[in-house]
Design a protein around this ligand. Sequence first.
Ligand code: SF4
Ligand code: SF4
Length: 182
Amino acid sequence: MTVKEGKKKIVRDIKVDVDKCTGCRSCEMACSAFHAVPKYSSINPARARIRVFIDEVKDVYVPLRAGEFTRAECNGRATYVIDGKEYSECGFCPASCPSREYFKEPDSGLPLKCDMCEDEPPLEVPMCVQVCEFDALVYEEREEEVPEQEVDLGEMDMAFESLIKRYGKKRVMDAFARLSKA
Ligand code: SF4
Ligand code: SF4
């Protein structure tokens, strides 16, 4: 696959407004139902790829979508105070991590990751956003320039690039000229 330089890509994102979240957990239910097999056959928030960190005493509600799996847990954690409310660093961390039960498939223990409700045909708006009545989750699409390093140069170009990095352009060109004559 070759991507031309200057190509744009669509970035899909879900903006979270923690001040609007009520902790109703509809997003967890919708996500787990959408990913059930067969689809919508069951609801189990433990299988959701979005979990809501709730601390009713501190009035803290943080919906968090599952990100990458990590083998190791952090050995030090920060606490954030935002508008007088105290949030733990874990409350903002999307990792599927050994230190908590979130984002692990309950039967197999395998990590879960938000896939933006990948489907065929694609959903216009992900399920968790569709069911959030309080606009705590807002779906956004934006266009971004593909950075140069993301451009797929193709196998041969990449091989040349790595040779040039290693041996320098002149030596590679000399070797190429020598081999062409052979
Ligand atoms: S559905 Fe919306 S308001 Fe309810 S817990 Fe999820 S993000 Fe919060
Ligand atoms: S976008 Fe889809 S997969 Fe991701 S958390 Fe929301 S409902 Fe779950």
